[in-house]
Design a protein around this ligand. Structure first.
Ligand SMILES: NC(=O)c1ccc[n+]([C@@H]2O[C@H](COP(=O)([O-])OP(=O)(O)OC[C@H]3O[C@@H](n4cnc5c(N)ncnc54)[C@H](O)[C@@H]3O)[C@@H](O)[C@H]2O)c1
Length: 268
């Protein structure tokens, strides 16, 4: 699906970003793995190279404009151009709003929202200059509905959805599409501690209509599709990849009893 394409993935050293790097490579793309952690990013580079394509490591911090610009320049130096960008990098800092430190708010917003903007702007300029390319933001269903006690996360993710719509509309007519995927629950290094507790793991799966949480590979499928020509008429869209969770509130709300006819919801 991505034969010969040159793709950058921020946060490519772990979880959804890593799975996207590997799937993009399996679909024929050369991949720039951009991450603040060079150790894990180097592991992803090896995984990408095993697919028989080229990979480079870009150590960078998405919240810094100079790093975002260097990221785009290094990808062009290595590959000659940029055809796609997937933004995944995040640092989730949970907290109650009443005592959320300003520094925690800033960190999440700087990496996860300003960082998405800076990286899309830098890579997008290369794509605009040639009149083709695709950008995918990894947001969250936490950007579509509240995610209480997760600090600035919901705001950051909500902003990312709107930002990709803006890019998608401003740049769609110039050949550069921009879209969002919004994962539900995904088992990654970021969330692994929760899933170590069997009761929590079972409880989290139980609120998903499809009965399980996602793998990083489930999310990578959406990212690679939106990068590809198969998505050629899709821009400014937000694709939830959540097993139905974001639309499932009423399934978990008691009282399905209309006019004496009681209907039970079952997942088994
Ligand atoms: N795991 C989930 O349940 C879930 C659900 C919905 C959305 N998401 C979103 O998916 C994306 C990936 O999440 P994940 O679970 O794979 O996380 P992860 O923690 O496994 O990976 C995040 C990566 O981002 C990198 N990173 C952090 N700060 C950076 C910075 N300043 N500059 C560059 N790289 C930086 C980390 O080193 C790491 O490799 C995030 O945007 C997250 O919000 C995850």
């Amino acid at each position: 699906m991505l034969d010969g394409k040159k793709v950058i993935v921020t946060g490519g050293g772990s979880g959804i970003g890593r799975a996207t790097c590997v799937l993009a490579a399996a679909e024929g793309a050369d991949v720039a793995v951009a991450d603040i952690n060079p150790g894990t990013a180097a592991e992803t580079v090896s995984m990408v190279e095993k697919q028989g394509v080229k990979a480079i490591l870009i150590e960078m911090d998405t919240s810094k404009k100079a790093d975002a610009e260097r990221m785009a320049a290094e990808a062009v130096d290595a590959f000659g151009t940029i055809d796609g960008l997937v933004c995944c990098a995040i640092k989730l800092v949970p907290g109650k709003l009443e005592d959320l430190p300003e520094a925690d708010w800033d960190m999440v917003m700087d990496i996860g929202l300003k960082g998405y903007f800076l990286c899309a702007q830098a890579a997008g300029r290369v794509m605009l200059a040639k009149g083709s390319g695709a950008i995918v933001f990894v947001s969250s269903i936490g950007g579509m509905q509240t995610y209480p006690l997760a600090g600035a996360y919901s705001i950051c993710k909500s902003g990312a959805i709107m930002l990709s719509k803006l890019f998608g509309v401003e740049w769609g007519g110039r050949g550069v599409r921009a879209n969002t995927v919004s994962p539900g629950q995904v088992r990654t290094p970021m969330t692994e501690a929760m899933f170590q507790d069997p009761e929590i793991a079972a409880g989290r799966a139980a609120v998903v209509p499809m009965g399980r949480v996602a793998t990083p590979e489930d999310i990578a499928e959406g990212c690679v599709f939106l990068l590809s020509e198969r998505a050629r008429y899709i821009t400014a869209a937000n694709l939830p990849i959540d097993g139905g969770q974001v639309e499932s509130k009423m399934i978990h709300t008691p009282g399905r009893n209309w006019g004496g006819r009681k209907i039970e919801y079952r997942t088994d």
